[in-house]
Design a protein around this ligand. Sequence first.
Ligand code: ADP
Ligand code: MG
Ligand code: ZN
Length: 480
Amino acid sequence: MEYEAVIGLEVHAQVKTRTKMFCGCKNEYGGEPNTHVCPVCLGLPGALPAPNVEAIRQTILTGLMLDCRIAEVCKFDRKNYFYPDQAKNYQITQFDMPLCIGGGVVLDKYAFPKEVQKEVYAAAEKKIRLNRIHLEEDVAKSTHYATESGIDFNRCGTPLMEIVSEADMRTPEEAFAYLTTLKRILNYGDVSDADMEKGQMRCDVNVSVRPVGQTKFGTKCELKNLNSISGARRALAYEIQRQIETVRGGGVITQETRRWDDAAGQTYVMRSKEDAHDYRYFPDPDLLPVRTDSGLRAEAEARLPELPRQKKERLVTALGLSEYQAEVLAADKALGDYFEVAVGDTKHGAAIANYIINDFLATEPDTADIQIPARHFSQLAELVSDGKINSKQAKEVLAEMLVSREEPALIVKKKGLEQVTDLGALEAFCDEAIAANPKSVADYQSGKLGAINALKGFVMKKTKGQANPALVDEVLKKKL
Ligand code: ADP
Ligand code: MG
Ligand code: ZN
C-alpha cells in the first residue's frame, strides 16, 4: 500500500516593535541577561499589563498580507502552566477570539529546495490555507549548563505571533517552501526578521500518514521547536518514514510530542497524549477586548507593501525578465531593490538581471549591504549595447568590477578592451583578410556565403577580438 503524509505547521514569529507586548521594556536581544525587565514582565504580584498597539498593528498587517479576515474584536486569554520561563504562571495569549482568521500562503516555486524546482515549475501553484494568526507574549529563555540552569527574562513578554496552517502540506519540500515563502512575506512587510537560525521564527511541525486515497487524517505527532528551515525538512523526512514503517509493520501511531535531534538525525518521544496539559484558558481580566475597526485596521492597511508575488509580476511585465529571473530577484527584498536601482530608466533589465544572478550572486551571497554602486551594472550593459565592448568582454569586465569595485568604463580603458570601431583601421584589417584568404573569397563570390566567416575570424584574431563584429561584417560584404 502507498502512503502519503499530511503536514500542518505552527509558526511563532517575533514581532518587530520598540517595546515588549504588555510593558515598556525594550524589545531587544543580545544585551546583558535580565536587564530589560520590569514588574510586569517579571510577573511580580499586582503588576498590570497594557497592550502594545504597535504589535497589534503589525499582526493585522501580517493578516492582511496573508489574506486573512481581520477580526473586528479580539481578546486576550490566560494559558495557565507552571514553568520557570514564565514567572507569573500563565502566558497571555489569544484562545477563541484570535486577531486574524483564515487566509493562505501561495507557495513560491523558487522557494522549494533546488533539487525539486524542475518538477515544481512544471506543476500548478499550490496554496496552503491558514487557520488563524494570534498574538501572544514570548517566554523567558532558559539555558542549561552542566550542573545548573540560567534564565534570561529579556525575552519574556516580547510580542510573538503564532501563524497556524491547515494540514494542507503533503511533503517535506512543501513545508520547506511554505516556511521560505512565509519568511519572505514577513520580511517584505517589515513585521519580523523571521530568521530561524536566530530564533526569530520557530516552528512546530504536526505530521501524520494515511493510505493514498483515504480522506480521513491519521493520528498526528508533533515535532517541537525546529530551528531551521532545512532542519524542519529533514525532521519531516525522518518522521514520515518512521510512521510509514510503523504502520507497514502492523503497528499503530500514538499521538505524542517528539523532539528532533538534528545531529543524530532522529526524533525522540518527549511526552504522550496522556501527559497533555490542561491549560485552563480563561479571558485575562486585566485586559479589555480590542476593537480593530476603530482605526487600527486602517493604519495597518496604509502600510501594506508590494508583496513578493506582485513584485515578481511587475519585473516580468515591466522589465522583461524571465519568470525565473524575477523570482530570484523578488525572493530577496534587498537584492530586488538594488536591482531596480541598477536598472533605473534604462532598457537593460534582462541583461542586468543576468549579470546579477549569474555572476554577482556567485561571488557575493550576502546581499544585505552591497558595496558595488548599482549604476555600475547599468553602465556595463550600456557599454555592450553601444557596441563599445562585446558580451564576452563584458563578462571579463564584470569579473574585474566585482573584485575591484571600479567603474566598468575605467576597467575597459585599463584593460585596453575598447572595440575597434575606427572604420579606417577596420578597412585595413579586412583588406589583409581578403589578400590572405583567396579560397574563401572565391567561395563567397561563387555563392557559398558562409565562407565569409573565415574572413571575419581572421580579422577578429588580428584585432585580438576587439573588432566590432557588426562593422567587420558590413565592411567585408562591401569589399567582396
Ligand atoms: P493541537 O490542539 O494538538 O495543537 P490543532 O488542531 O490546533 O492541534 O492543530 C495544530 C496543527 O496541527 C495545525 O497546523 C493543524 O493543521 C495540524 N494538524 C491537525 N491534525 C493533523 C493531522 N492529523 N495530521 C497532520 N497535521 C495535523
Ligand atoms: Mg500544537
Ligand atoms: Zn517589562
